[in-house]
Ligand binder design. Sequence first.
Ligand code: UDP
Length: 369
Amino acid sequence: MSKKLLFIIGTRPELIKIFPIINYLKGINYTNYKIVATGQHKDLLESYWNVFNIQPDYELNIIKKGQNLTLLTSKAILSIDELLKEINKEFFPDVILAQGDTTTVMAAAMVAFYNNIEFAHIEAGLRSFNLQHPFPEEFNRKVASIVTNYHFAPTTIAKENLLKENINEKKIHVVGNTVVDTLNYFVENKILENHNFSNANLNNIKNTTVLITCHRRENHLNLNNLIEAITELSAANKNLTFIWPVHPNPNVKSKVKNSVLNEKHNVIITEPLEYLDLIKIISSSKVIISDSGGIQEEAPTFGVPVLILRETTERPEAVNLGYSKLVGMNKQEIINAFNNFNPIFENTKNPYGDGRSSKRIIETLISNQ
Ligand code: UDP
């Protein structure tokens, strides 16, 4: 009997990074898997299921307006546990898989542990060594690691972090980051090349672009510094178009949408972009200013530097190679780095993965039957 795999997905980056694993399973005709969407990013994810040609088998509804992290966590745990009870006869999993560091991941790991089911953690071992940055993600991934049976670490640095926490080396598999598998799929099949922007705002851009994204909780209070920096930079660089897809988090959305940036001719403030639109913008950008984890990993494929809006990063590989730079949320630091940071990319070998992570993950799981 082949192993029953249950994927639990909550947010946009989780779906983007789990997609190539499911695609790999489809390619080898392995059908013994099901997908749960917890609904942590319900609206944001809607278009992605179609782009990736994946549909969830089970949908939960863990988000309620105004809910704090305690309620979200308890709801996620209860909902996943109840689902397991419901599907007990038709599909009781041998392994639960989740990706990253969200509340969904921590809850999935805990429920797997309580039900004596093996847990596979994709993108294991990322650490900033600061529980407040990123909050609550550093906590979530540490909790998940305690109960993980298969730690799929993207890099050797991630593996070393796990070893320092006394994780058994036999349980750690350095496989690369599946985010590169996803990118390669769309690049190698020429889907990106032939993609026309679905967002009408982007169709008439003639200039080189600068992409901006910002969503981390710890940056919400300093958002004005970033808005001021982009205001100055866009005034000083009229030959560039600044594109800021705004995260739907209410703390971010209203501040950016109601800012002076809206009146600038070379600034486009827009809704979150569909995956292929976003990747196309990354590939044509001179530089990216972002606190996103996924974007830090995607940018090196296209030889685009990232000014990271954080004090520390759990993805130090690109910074160590000199491709990206930590600038925090300080206005002057952002402006100085924008003007002076021009790294040369020796090659566009992505330090986070080689595009074969999904294959390694599935072979590890399946050969362990
Ligand atoms: N992304 C997207 N549209 C956007 C912004 C980001 O498709 O408007 C993608 C991006 O390419 C990356 C992922 O979403 O793969 C990153 O998500 P996010 O920044 O929300 O989360 P993080 O990676 O920081 O956890």
